[in-house]
Design a protein around this ligand. Structure first.
Ligand code: COA
Length: 330
């Protein structure tokens, strides 16, 4: 007996992108009411001028929904034709069921395969790799990929080594079949041995038992070293696996972890002057899995990037995990 197999589209590409930011603006002056710091220090060490936190009536669910609605509208794909939904988040506090099935239902992607993934700040690029593979295998035709976070809920506002960094937001893309390739082979991996570098101080059981909140803890210097060395090398590997050189790029959209990490990567990659570089961290802080699609959406909306541009995207964070691709912008 031979089992039937199927294959899907030859190639995949991003068809539309959207973003949603919470309404509450938290500037560095307000941040300095929580921690002993200064606007100058935060700007100089991270580039952040202000970040967004959810206000009443907003949640990781509403952000994911609003970003998805914009991505779907921009893609031209009918919600009913989306047959898989992947949500990357570490800040949806229902362990089960996941956010993706609920979101699929709300959006009208009725019956779509739907699941959440947890790959922190690399989650968007992990999910892009999955979507591309699902489409090319024939397991799905149109995939909605969402990065949605409310890291303000996991941030210890008395911790002066993390409080100024983390933020809330959501970004989404619709990915579908294409005649020409719009998503390069993924370069990805993990280093679980270095897991303690960024981790939650306790799990939910410990939180209940000890009455402590599972805030994110980080060894900033170690993250910085890893990101500007190992992850920057991974970015070079992505280019090689795509058959491109830095000259072929129009846009560089790294995870918005820290402007100084982006600067270090730029030095490593030796990107030419014409390449536009995402800097949305300045106004939105580090919103983990949401940062790359938010930056992509902003650059297209402002005209800094345009449809058809060739963009290098790369995410990295808690795990440690990293992933990236070269994509054609929608
Ligand atoms: C977090 C980060 C900005 C801290 O910068 P840093 O230069 O490593 O800071 P350090 O912890 O070494 O401290 C340097 C000095 O600043 C001080 N400092 C630390 N936090 C401060 C704050 N919030 N405000 C003002 N001063 C601060 C320290 O006390 C220290 O002072 P000293 O030199 O007098 O002892 C930096 O490590 C970083 O960007 N890491 C990457 C983190 C990241 O991007 N994570 C996300 C990954 S997804």
């Amino acid at each position: 007996m031979t089992l039937l197999a199927r294959t899907g589209a030859r190639y995949a590409r991003i068809l539309g992108v959207g973003r949603a930011l919470p309404s509450r603006v938290v500037d560095n002056a307000e941040m300095c009411t929580y921690i002993d710091s200064s606007d100058e220090w935060i700007r100089q060490r991270t580039g952040i001028v202000e970040r967004r936190w959810i206000a009443d009536g907003e949640s990781v669910e509403t952000l994911a929904r609003d970003a998805s609605l914009e991505a779907i509208a921009n893609s031209g794909v009918a919600p009913a034709d989306i047959d898989a939904v992947i949500v990357s988040t570490v800040s949806y506090f229902h362990q089960t069921p996941g956010l993706a099935p609920k979101l699929a239902f709300q959006l009208g992607a009725i019956g779509a395969a739907a699941y959440d993934i947890s790959a922190a700040c690399a989650g968007f690029c992990y999910a892009i790799a999955q979507a591309e593979a699902l489409i090319r295998s024939g397991a799905a035709t149109h995939v909605l990929v969402v990065g949605a976070e409310t890291l303000s809920r996991l941030t210890d506002l008395s911790d002066r080594s993390t409080a100024f960094l983390f933020a809330d937001g959501a970004g989404a893309v619709v990915i579908g079949p294409s005649d020409v390739n719009g998503i390069s082979p993924v370069v990805w991996g993990s280093d679980g041995e270095a897991g303690p570098t960024i981790h939650q101080a306790t799990d939910w059981e410990g939180a209940v038992r000890d009455q402590t909140w599972p805030y994110i803890w980080m060894d900033g210097r170690q993250v910085f070293r890893w990101a500007s060395g190992f992850v920057a090398d991974a970015a070079l590997d992505i280019l090689e696996k795509s058959g491109l050189t830095p000259d072929d790029l129009d846009t560089f959209i790294p995870h918005q972890a820290n402007n100084r990490i982006t600067d270090a990567m730029l030095r490593h990659l030796k990107l030419p002057e014409h390449v536009k570089v995402a800097r949305s961290i300045v106004n939105y802080g580090n919103n983990s899995a949401a940062s790359i699609p938010i930056a992509m959406s902003e650059m297209l909306a402002s005209g800094e990037a345009k449809s058809g541009d060739t963009a290098l995207i790369i995410g990295f964070g808690a795990g440690l995990v990293y992933a990236g691709q070269v994509v054609t912008l929608p």
